[in-house]
Ligand binder design. Structure first.
Ligand SMILES: Cc1ncc(C[n+]2csc(CCOP(=O)(O)OP(=O)(O)O)c2C)c(N)n1
Ligand code: SF4
Length: 304
């Protein structure tokens, strides 16, 4: 359930576990989402972050922004390091500590996928959160497996020629207790989902859309609007799979009906990374989006 603003500002979660004054870019959804995920999880949380923007914007000890234990890890090892930490706590009989990997899409869909698949297949009791800014942002905007069709990066100067990898469906195929997608530019959505999954036992995977103003080329004041448009046009679908049960959630529940979806060009035309996209390219993305919704419709109908 989404919180009201009044509830969000109540004393219950006024405590900060990611301090301000860190070096994230203005309008960074990764930093915003991490802040609200930690508010939901609370002080008894250990975070592992493989190589990414996150290691940079949290800063260096003793001036680092997190107030919870935070481990910067090698690029490929986000999930395996978390597995080791979970095993250590289990050996000590400590069962009340949340272990969370906080990784970018490069560290998840490309280089970290083997460790992630292994950790969730073993049933590791942890949260794996992938903030998906659809690029390797920290090293200057290279394409990842999660970069969408047509997006310009330094390694796809004419736009990426193929669609993005569907990592959340790949993880859902592992049949773990929880897989869900979140609008990372909406703190209420982030808070509600992390609060909900905190007490689930076993592997939990959260896939957050993470708009990145410098990488996607939009003004940082537009972060909430870009996240909202992604959901409204159906390019980012809010869904959950809990113990094998799939359902749409939030605004996406009413978007199965195509007439409720905005056209994708509203989303695409707001971002400089798509500046070389032709109308043909936009049509191709629209078809891809519509195809994704048809697949969802079949899943939903198959469950009825
Ligand atoms: C094995 C290895 N290769 C390359 C790098 C350089 N490197 C550090 S962060 C990064 C990009 C990470 O991208 P992503 O996981 O999407 O996170 P983001 O930077 O977007 O936050 C790269 C390529 C590295 N640290 N280790
Ligand atoms: S480059 Fe993008 S992901 Fe990295 S800190 Fe800046 S806004 Fe965040």
């Amino acid at each position: 359930m989404i919180m009201s603003l009044k509830e969000m500002l109540s004393d219950d979660f006024s405590e900060e576990f990611l301090l301000c004054g860190n070096s994230a870019c203005s309008g960074c959804a990764s930093e915003l989402a991490l802040r609200w995920a930690l508010k939901a999880l609370g002080s008894k949380t250990v975070v592992v972050a493989p190589a990414s923007c996150t290691n940079v914007y949290i800063g260096l000890w003793p001036g680092a922004a997190p107030t919870v234990p935070f481990i910067n890890m090698a690029f490929a090892a986000g999930a395996s390091a978390a597995s080791g930490i979970v095993a250590g706590y289990e050996a000590l009989g400590k069962t009340d500590i949340n272990v969370m990997t906080w990784a970018g899409d490069g560290g998840t869909v490309d280089i970290g996928i083997q460790a992630l698949s292994g950790a969730i297949e073993r049933g590791t009791n942890f949260i794996y959160a992938c903030y998906d800014n659809e690029i390797y942002a920290n090293t200057g905007t290279q394409r990842s497996g999660s970069t969408p069709f047509g997006a310009i990066t330094t390694t796809t100067p004419y736009g990426k020629p193929i669609h993005k990898k569907n990592i959340s469906q790949i993880i859902a195929a592992h049949d773990i207790p929880y897989v869900g997608t979140v609008n990372g530019a909406d703190p209420r959505d982030v808070f509600a989902i992390f609060k909900k999954i905190k007490d689930i036992t076993g592997p939990r995977f959260v896939h957050l859309l993470s708009p990145c103003p410098p990488g996607w080329r939009f003004d940082s004041s537009l972060i909430a609007e870009i996240g909202r448009l992604a959901v409204d046009c159906g390019i980012w679908i809010l869904w959950e799979q809990e113990n094998g049960e799939f359902h749409l959630r939030g605004k996406s529940r009413r978007l199965l009906d195509k007439s409720n979806r905005k056209p994708v060009d509203e989303y695409i035309k707001k971002q400089g990374r798509f500046r070389k996209m032709t109308q043909e390219g936009i049509n191709k993305i629209q078809q891809w989006v519509d195809g994704n919704w048809l697949a969802i419709e079949k899943t939903v109908k198959g469950q009825c």
